[in-house]
Design a protein around this ligand. Structure first.
Ligand SMILES: Cc1ncc(C[n+]2csc(CCOP(=O)(O)OP(=O)(O)O)c2C)c(N)n1
Ligand code: SF4
Length: 343
C-alpha cells in the first residue's frame, strides 16, 4: 500500500481510508469499530508513517487492508509475536494489534498472555463476537456454555474465557472493555489505550450479525443498556440504572446491588483503576444477564499499572552489557569455546 507522509497535525479520517473493497457482511460490528478508530487516530497526533496495524486471521483481522497506515495481515494467532518483534526493534512506532476471540484466545492464546506479562508498549484491540466469523460460525473460546453452533450441534461443553479476567490474570498493565457501537465510549478508550505506556488490552464487544446476531444486545440497546451496563469512571461511584438509582457496594469482598434511594451513596464502591484487587472483582461481574439478581456488566478501564516496558528493559540491558563487555560479535559467539564436532 502506498503510504504518503501525512504529518501528525494534518492527518484526517479521510486520509486513513483505503481504496480496498471492504469485505465484511453488511451490518457487521467491525464497520463501526473501523469508523471509530479512523475518527480517533488523527486526534492522537501520530504521523501516519509511524502507525502500524498488525492482525492475525479472521474477519476482524482484515482491518489493516482498510486502514491507510503501515500494516500486516499476518498469520493465525501470531499478530502478538510479530508486534513484539517489531516493537523491540522499532520502539518509536505506534503498534496496534487487531485480533478476534478465535485468533487471540484459541490459536493465539499462549502468545497473548506472554505479550501481556512482558508489557511491550503496544495496543491490543480484541474484537469479541463470541464466534468464529470467517470460518462460518463455529463456537469460539468466548462462546457461552451450551452454545449451539455448527461445530457444537448438541451445545458447547467448554467453559468460556472471560477475556478481561484472563488479561488481569496475565498481569496486563492496562485492561478495558468497550463495544462496537459506543461512538463516544470506544474513542475514549482507544485514546486511553494509546496514552498508556505498556501493553493495553481492550476487549470490544462486536456483533457478528450473520453467525451470532444480538450476542451483546442487552448492553448496546437503548432500552436495556442503562440496567445492564455499568460504565466505570475513575474516582466515581459505581452507579447504573435507567433512573441512575442503583449502585454497587462491597460487603467484604462480595459486591451487592443497592437501591440508592434507600441506602444513599455514601458507602458505594468508588472506582479506582489502580486497585488490582478491585479490578479482579469487577472482572468477575460476568453473570448471564438472564440470571435473576445478576450484576451489571462493566465497561471502561478496569485497571492501569505503570511498569517498565519490555523494550525499555531490553535497551537498558543491551547498553549496560555493552558498557561492561564491549560490542558483541555474533560470528565470534557462534564459533566460541562451546563448539564440538559430531562424528
Ligand atoms: C492455522 C490455521 N488454523 C485454522 C484456520 C481457520 N480459521 C481462520 S479464521 C479462524 C477463526 C476466526 O475467529 P475470530 O478470531 O473470532 O475472528 P472473526 O472471524 O470472528 O472476526 C479460524 C479457526 C486458519 N486460517 N489457520
Ligand atoms: S461473518 Fe460475522 S464477523 Fe464476519 S464479516 Fe460477517 S458479520 Fe462480520
Amino acid at each position: 500500500m502506498n503510504i504518503p507522509s501525512a504529518p501528525a497535525t494534518s492527518l484526517t479520517t479521510k486520509d486513513l481510508k483505503t481504496d480496498q473493497d471492504v469485505r465484511w457482511c453488511p451490518g457487521c460490528g467491525d464497520y463501526s469499530i473501523l469508523a471509530q478508530t479512523h475518527r480517533t487516530l488523527p486526534e492522537l497526533g501520530i504521523p501516519r508513517e509511524k502507525i502500524v496495524f498488525i492482525s492475525g486471521i479472521g474477519c476482524s483481522s482484515r482491518f489493516p487492508y482498510y486502514t491507510n497506515t503501515y500494516g500486516m495481515h499476518s498469520i493465525h494467532g501470531r499478530a502478538t509475536a510479530i508486534a513484539s518483534g517489531l516493537k523491540a526493534t522499532r520502539p518509536d512506532l505506534s503498534v496496534w494489534i487487531i485480533t478476534g476471540d478465535g485468533d487471540g484466545l484459541s490459536i493465539g492464546g499462549n502468545h497473548l498472555i506472554h505479550l501481556l506479562r512482558r508489557n511491550f508498549d503496544v495496543n491490543i484491540l480484541l474484537f469479541n463476537n463470541q464466534i468464529y466469523g470467517l470460518t462460518k460460525g463455529q463456537y469460539s473460546p468466548t462462546s457461552e456454555f451450551k452454545k449451539l453452533t455448527k461445530s457444537t450441534p448438541y451445545g458447547s461443553i467448554d467453559y468460556p474465557f472471560n477475556p478481561v479476567a484472563l488479561a488481569l490474570g496475565a498481569d496486563a498493565t492496562f485492561v478495558a472493555r468497550s463495544m462496537d457501537v459506543a461512538s463516544k465510549h470506544l474513542p475514549e478508550i482507544i485514546k486511553r489505550a494509546h496514552a498508556h505506556k505498556g501493553t493495553s488490552f481492550v476487549e470490544i464487544y462486536q456483533n457478528c450479525n450473520i453467525f451470532n446476531d444480538g450476542a451483546f444486545m442487552v448492553y448496546t440497546e437503548k432500552a436495556t443498556q442503562p440496567d445492564e451496563a455499568l460504565f466505570l469512571e475513575h474516582g466515581k461511584p459505581l452507579i447504573f440504572g435507567a433512573n441512575r438509582d442503583k449502585g454497587i457496594r462491597l460487603n467484604g469482598f462480595t459486591p451487592e446491588v443497592v437501591n440508592i434511594q434507600e441506602t444513599g451513596t455514601s458507602d458505594l464502591w468508588i472506582h479506582d483503576e489502580t486497585d488490582q484487587v478491585k479490578a479482579q472483582i469487577l472482572a468477575r461481574f460476568f453473570d448471564d444477564p438472564a440470571k435473576p439478581n445478576h450484576l451489571p456488566r462493566p465497561f471502561g478501564v478496569f485497571y492501569v499499572q505503570q511498569r517498565p516496558t519490555y523494550e525499555e528493559l531490553l535497551e537498558e540491558q543491551i547498553q549496560s552489557v555493552t558498557e561492561r563487555l564491549g560490542e558483541g560479535d555474533l560470528d565470534k559467539l557462534l564459533r566460541g569455546k562451546e563448539v564440538w564436532e559430531i562424528k
